[in-house]
Ligand binder design. Sequence first.
Ligand code: PHE
Length: 347
Amino acid sequence: MDNHLDAIQTEALAVLASVHDQAALREWHAAHLAKKSPLMLALGDLGKLPKEQRAEIGRRGNEVKRTLEAAYGEKEQAVQAEALARSLGENAVDVTLPGRQPRPGHLHISTQTLRHIYQVFGEMGFQVYEAPDVETDEFNFGLLNIPPYHPARDMWDTFWLDNPQGGGSRGTLLRTHTSPGQIRAMREMVPNPVRVILPGKVYRYEQITARSEHQFYQIEGLAVGHGITLADLKGTMLNAIHRLYGADRTVRFRGSYFPFTEPSVEVDMDCVLCNGVGCRVCKYTGWLEVSGAGMVHPVVLRNGGYSPDEWSGFAFGMGMERSLLLKYSIDDIRMFYGNDLRFLRQF
Ligand code: PHE
């Protein structure tokens, strides 16, 4: 009987030596240590043995069981270590290979264009002055000579942030133009002369189409000083347009109306595509609108803290996106805010 147990142990250990993975290990356990294994069957049969052999065989049987269990435990660890070593070998990372290069980003076309505009006006002595996007009715309209009843309010479809009726002049809104910044700049700089541009987003409660967005950039300009005339406005606009659109552009002033300038003008340049001949882009007029402008209205000067008897000034406000549409033949203004990288990477 002893020989039988020895044979069981020898056989089991021999098989275990050839085990190299989890599946084989599980199989081995089922065959050599589980209920129906030869060892367990032998231990189960102890009762059938003659009394004097039982203790000796039982002791030896338990010895074999402990030996096999210990061997199993060791093997289990060895199999795990082997599996780990194998996976490290197979999925080896070569740390000396060059990594994936992150793709450097670049400035949005709007930002690039704004910076170019800052450059051009900066060379003419204009500082950049930033004003808030959320404005009050008072700054966006009232102080710009557009009282609540005034029909000129219809020129700017407005995103109200609270009830304009209930709030009266305290109503808040998203600025419909950069002109309220004129008042803020003047009040901050009075009694010194002013020469600023006010760039930023403006918001209009309008249907979004390929031609018009509900938000876009404007660049406002304001100069206040002694003896400033319409000629200064014209010279400034002419120089800016030559720098931005090319030295051979022709500029014209056309009478217009804004409540905060007097006189008011539209500044046009000859069409960049057809050079004034007339084409689809300029609607066969030969001209493109660049900017609203004019001499700062006396009421606005006074609201800014400057006496119109001693001071005068000019102001202009131009949109940015439309001119980019022309320059790059972009046929949809929505591209600017669409976040489509295929579009953005072109600039
Ligand atoms: N704020 C005007 C607009 O948005 C443009 C403008 C600015 C006109 C300054 C005159 C002077 O239409």
